[in-house]
Design a binder for this molecule. Sequence first.
Ligand code: ARG
Length: 463
Amino acid sequence: MTNKTSNQMWGGRFAAGPDAIMEAINASIGFDQRMAAQDIAGSRAHAAMLAATGIVSDSDASAMREGLLTVLSEIDSGTFEFSTALEDIHMNVEARLKEIIGEPAGRLHTGRSRNDQVATDFKLWVRDQIDAAVTGLEALIRALLDQAEAGADWVMPGFTHLQTAQPVTWGHHMMAYVEMFGRDMSRFRDARARMNESPLGAAALAGTSFPIDREMTAKALGFDRPAANSLDAVSDRDFALEFLSCASICAMHLSRFAEELVIWSSAQFRFVTLSDRFSTGSSIMPQKKNPDAAELIRAKIGRIFGANVALMTVMKGLPLAYSKDMQEDKEQVFDAADNLMLALAAMEGMVKDMSANVENLEAAAGSGFSTATDLADWLVRALNMPFRDAHHVTGTLVALAESRGCDLPDLTLADMQGVHGAITDEVFGVLGVHNSVASRLSYGGTAPANVRAQVARWKGLLK
Ligand code: ARG
């Protein structure tokens, strides 16, 4: 019989209950209750399997499966009383099941352990988050495609070193992020495919002598197959780390875009106007409209990177198999997942609502001698000049324009011929920003025709 003050799950060996501090450091129920639905799904699959293999009677298994649904409804409706003394979600659920169905509840834990149970629950939870991330990314990509389609031929400056480089199209810039977020989506999918093996039935670490059917529980829980090694199944959290790495890379992309939106919405750039719905005002400066959503996306990314490093650090020195250190995996992943989903949704909202200031973009596109490369390319094409010489001639023309305080198209033909006698007025045809972007038809280039083709390709992929 269990000692009254010691734990009802293992009290047989204990004469006293835990110190209050022990209970506080040991309990995970404060956070792992978020895995209640997964825990109950795992237990229901396990109960059905125990009956199918003749390990428990059909009537016991039915009582367990029914009782577990009652527990779930209590948790969902908020009437369930979580107990710290019962440590975690697994023991809270099992203890309540015992109160509801009595003796058969004690048979549920046959042929399994909390070690394979927690690995299974957590995998199911992470798998759901991967699906949510893919859904969030798809919505964001759709919003970017709408922007790209609307602005396939709006010109804006393209930058390197944040210095004006060459004109690009708005659509092309949006599509650059579509490619990045598209790879994020495929990374999450790859991670899902790799992790989708069931730990359930690995038991504590060595498997079990009961004739369990791991194929059956794997299938019931949507796994592709049972994990092949019981030690590995209860020991590794690489699936959670892979989620955090995918999340980190995706977060890094979100942060770069957020940074651009912060710059673009500033009074100095005025490339975009963010909607009121995703901005805030200042309590003292009436003129202000701040890009807080973008800034918070940029900042939240630190938590996601942090979670990745934290869990790597928890895992790196652990001998096989389970160690209690691994209980520290969940809060990091929960926080990272929550913030990733929030950042994805906020970015989608901002992209949907933002409006490009087409005239400002175009004016900025033409400044800073952005078509100098077009001029050099023309010298190569029309005058058969080696590119290095063309680069030099163009540099001289840029310096001339700079000394006059004008842009390249404002130089006269006589100015140009003063630098190189063979230049004709045909050159003015390549100095405009629209001609510049339209000419960049090489595969992957910024031409509006390319942007439209890529939008169409992505729409086909997302169908
Ligand atoms: N709450 C524990 C965790 O999150 C469950 C597994 C406990 N296993 C054990 N052998 N103490 O990791």
